[in-house]
Design a binder for this molecule. Structure first.
Ligand code: NAP
Length: 435
């Protein structure tokens, strides 16, 4: 039987689980592939470091290049831009099939790497790069290849979902929920990439590229994290029958000149509690897809963690290995579309705006005039007349939810309202989806 040599680059959270599956399930994988998958070696920085899984010491090396040059399939699970990018290019140019989970690298240059793989006639697979174990990229790329996707909206970062869910279910402040997430291992010691939305933005760029068949990168993604979300925002959302989630959204939009563009954004978002994404709790992920013919689809599961992510990686390995056995060129992405990224100002959305105002006659009329002048229509308004705190007896809280309007008009409305003397504070501005 044919033997395929597999080089594994990286043996951390995910790599160690991939090595375990390749070794423990070798017999079954051989049957599925029609060839033996031989783990030829594992490249790491420190060959003596302890690993999550017991693995033969002889497999470890620091010479990634030698390993790649002798491999049929290269699995890159080191992370980061370099040396991962150089090593992946080396593998492609040498004719190896490549599997990676490196969202940071793909968000920077998915079209470039994909084109290079196409020219070399090899396959580049990366299901693990978005939403861990959840099969989402292959369904978008293959199952929906005959449809026209109009919108993709997902919870693609488990850390922020854990934090926001904890704030919603326990009433915790952001800092306390983050500290708990760190204690439980859901958040890194330096949580910046998660809580500032950068990780979700990388995934949004990849989802947009595959969904709209055109190249999008990190610079095309409008990104806001969750650090400004307060326990009051979460409580107010609850009163409104909504919940706050960090969503990655990519959607087709008119560009105002008769053409079509794509808005790609990541920000904390209010969604109704009856929306399917509202039922995604803890560190779970889910992606909601809307397509012309398929209608609405939802994909749900574990978005991170060594074992779940390794499942997606090994799935890619088996699928790519079958192609190597059968022969023929690797599947490439269709990123030749011309649809362009639009700035956030072009996006159409609705806002929930919280204000603290002087509780006087005429205040509401002044605010309503601003909405009218800016062409933004109000869907609902709620006034909470009680004093907000003891030393501020003449205040009231107003909460508006608008109908859909252009982001530019909504932002201008908020700026005008903020400038009113009777408005003492704009306490929150959150975009609303799915209402
Ligand atoms: P990790 O735990 O930090 O492991 C990284 C591994 O790469 C380590 O074994 C490290 O070697 C090795 N490495 C790093 N730089 C290297 C270099 N210059 N030369 C040789 N080896 C090097 O990372 P991870 O969490 O497994 O993530 C791996 C990839 O999967 C990343 O791209 C990540 O974004 C992606 N991913 C991870 C998850 C998840 O849940 N963790 C989910 C989805 C996607 P040493 O051990 O010797 O230091």
């Amino acid at each position: 039987m044919k033997k395929l040599r597999v080089a594994l680059l990286g043996c951390g959270n995910v790599g160690s689980q991939v090595a375990r599956i390749l070794l423990d399930d070798a017999g079954e994988l051989t049957t599925r592939v029609g060839a033996e998958l031989e783990l030829a070696g594992i490249a790491v920085r420190n060959t003596a470091a302890p690993r999550d899984v017991e693995l033969p010491a002889a497999l470890f090396t620091t010479d990634a290049e030698a390993l790649i040059d002798d491999a049929d399939i290269v699995i890159e699970l080191m992370g980061g831009l370099e040396p991962a990018a150089t090593l992946i290019r080396r593998a492609i140019d040498g004719g190896a099939t490549v599997v990676t989970g490196n969202k940071a690298l793909l968000a920077k240059d998915l079209p470039g790497l994909s084109a290079r793989a196409g020219e070399a006639g090899v396959q580049l697979s990366y299901e693990a790069a978005v939403a861990g174990a959840i099969p989402i990229l292959r369904p978008i790329r293959d199952s929906l290849a005959g449809d026209r996707i109009t919108k993709v909206m997902g919870i693609v970062n488990g850390t922020t979902n854990y934090i926001l869910d904890a704030m919603d279910t326990t009433g915790a402040q952001f800092d306390d929920a983050l500290a708990r997430a760190q204690e439980l291992g859901y958040a890194e010691a330096d949580p910046t990439a998660d809580i500032e939305g950068h990780d979700a933005a990388a995934k949004a760029a990849i989802l947009a590229t595959l969904s709209f068949h055109a190249p999008f990168d990190l610079d095309d993604v409008h990104c806001e994290g969750i650090t400004a979300v307060t326990a009051d925002d979460v409580a107010a959302a609850r009163e409104q029958g909504m919940v706050i989630k960090l969503l990655a959204i990519a959607e087709r939009l008119g560009d105002g000149n008769g053409s079509e563009g794509v808005g790609v954004r990541v920000h904390p978002t209010l969604i109704p509690r009856v929306h399917p994404l509202a039922a995604v709790h803890g560190a779970f992920n889910a992606v909601f897809v809307e397509a012309d013919n398929a209608g609405e689809l939802m994909f749900y599961g574990q978005g991170a963690g060594g074992k779940p992510t390794a499942s997606a990686v090994v799935g890619d390995v088996v699928s790519a290995a079958r192609r190597v056995v059968l022969g023929g060129p690797g599947r490439t992405e269709s990123t030749t579309g011309t649809v362009k990224a639009l700035p956030i100002e072009a996006v159409s959305t609705s806002y929930s705006i919280g204000l603290r105002v002087n509780d006087k006659t005429g205040v509401l009329a002044k605010i309503a005039t601003i909405f009218t002048d800016r062409g933004v229509s109000i869907e609902s308004m709620r006034q909470i007349p009680e004093p907000v705190d003891g030393d501020d007896p003449g205040s009231a809280t107003l909460r508006f939810v608008t109908h859909q309007g252009s982001e530019a008009a909504l932002a201008a409305t908020v700026a005008d309202i903020e400038a009113l003397k009777v408005v003492t504070a704009v306490t929150s501005v959150l975009r609303v989806e799915g209402n």
